[in-house]
Design a protein around this ligand. Structure first.
Ligand SMILES: NC(=O)c1ccc[n+]([C@@H]2O[C@H](COP(=O)([O-])OP(=O)(O)OC[C@H]3O[C@@H](n4cnc5c(N)ncnc54)[C@H](O)[C@@H]3O)[C@@H](O)[C@H]2O)c1
Length: 367
């Protein structure tokens, strides 16, 4: 099967999904960035000992001069200070505009290193080698790079400084998923279910039927899961590179999910909040009359089968959630936008969600 591809304004970006891919990283970088002589390998600390040596060796075997900069996968470290460290390492290595940065790791490492590549010398080529499921099927595709900024009243504002900077190549070596924690793996699965819901109902049936192999992380199943999921995101991004319209559909479940994540940040990870948000979005789609025979329980069963939560884990005041959603009267600015479904694989944006529609979503997940 051909590799999925993002067709962007600055050219095509192939997304290679394969086992043992790190062994061909060097060869692939040579093809994708023919002018590169020096490589900055930005390495997520979580994969430094297990996966970075293979990446490093492959790049060197291809005749590239390799420098390494370590990155912590921590939202507090997804900062301008960390980007400065990457810039300094690239200056120290004498990198020129044709040289490339290779990001090896999860979504935090990719976003942060990607932003450093987007801004160094006004932009140098970037290659993504994601090693979490979420980074493979979501964060590495579509050219969004960013860091967090401290908010004036305290706390962190997520992804507030960033740039669109499309990678030249994305290499998903599914073998690397073998060492990922169960919780991180499940969080990535939530995004796969979301992709299936917005674009490929048959994929959801396939995921249910293949669930045991996916959870056992059998490479053949992982390869198909990642390839199908990547193909969906790549197609959406190719049609709407700079998020002017259709790309919003990728936010299915995220408006409910973000509210849960911000209120219950000590209990729920992003993927877990999205899983609950997906159930809420399907229930809201039914309440809106868009998908009259939608069955939130069926979506919940698919998510539960892969170990994801489908109910709010503790009692939370619904008004608090609506404020976090920006749907309170004062904070909404008059817009109550939700991405919902008109049927399986038919996402659309509802601009004026009523209280009844939002309430139906929350009720379905026990909030
Ligand atoms: N740019 C985008 O379009 C986009 C989209 C979605 C999410 N994101 C961002 O992605 C980030 C979340 O990414 P994530 O879910 O990959 O989490 P993460 O980057 O925090 O990684 C999760 C953990 O897994 C470790 N790890 C990575 N690969 C591993 C492996 N193969 N084996 C063992 N451990 C490994 C990391 O060190 C970390 O501890 C968030 O900052 C989010 O904002 C960006």
């Amino acid at each position: 099967m051909a590799d999925p591809c993002v067709h962007g304004s600055r050219g095509d970006c192939a997304i290679s999904v394969r086992r043992g891919g790190l062994s061909v990283l060097g060869e692939g970088v040579r093809k994708a960035v023919p002018g590169a002589r020096v490589i900055m390998l930005a390495v997520d600390e979580g994969v430094r000992t297990r996966w970075a040596p293979a990446a490093h060796a492959s790049l060197e075997a291809a005749g590239l001069r390799v420098h390494v900069v370590p990155l912590q996968a921590d939202e507090n470290e997804k900062s301008i200070a960390a980007v400065e460290r990457v810039w300094a390492a690239m200056l120290q290595a004498g990198m020129q505009r044709g040289d490339a940065l290779v990001a090896l790791g999860g979504g935090i490492a990719g976003d942060l290193a990607g932003f450093a590549a987007a801004t160094f010398l006004r932009g140098i080529p970037l290659v993504m080698a994601p090693t979490t499921l979420l980074a493979m099927v979501d964060a590495s595709i579509g050219g969004k790079t960013a860091v967090n900024l401290p908010l004036p009243k305290g706390g962190l504002g997520k992804n507030l400084a960033g740039a669109f900077h499309a990678p030249s190549w994305v290499l998903c070596d599914v073998d690397t998923l073998a060492t990922l924690s169960d919780r991180d793996f499940r969080c990535g699965l939530a995004e796969c279910v979301k992709h299936a819901l917005i674009a490929d109902p048959a994929m959801l049936r396939w995921m249910r039927g293949t669930c045991a192999s996916i959870l056992a992380r059998e490479p053949v199943a992982l390869e198909e899961l990642v390839r199908r999921s990547v193909a969906i995101k790549a197609a959406v991004v190719s049609r709407d590179e700079f998020e002017c319209g259709e790309r919003a559909h990728l936010n299915l479940g995220h408006t409910f999910g973000h509210a849960l994540e911000s209120v219950l940040h000590d209990r729920l990870r992003h993927g877990e909040a999205v899983a609950i948000g997906l159930v809420a979005a399907v229930a809201a789609s039914r309440a809106a009359g868009w998908w009259p025979d939608a069955d939130p329980a069926e979506v919940a069963a698919a998510l539960a089968q892969v170990g994801l939560p489908t109910k709010v884990p503790t009692s939370v005041d619904r008004a608090t959630l609506n404020v976090a959603m920006g749907f309170d009267k004062k904070g909404s600015g008059g817009r109550r936008r939700l991405v919902l479904l008109r049927g399986p694989g038919q996402p659309a944006v509802l601009d004026d969600a009523t209280d009844a529609i939002v309430d139906a979503g929350w009720s379905a997940v026990g909030a």
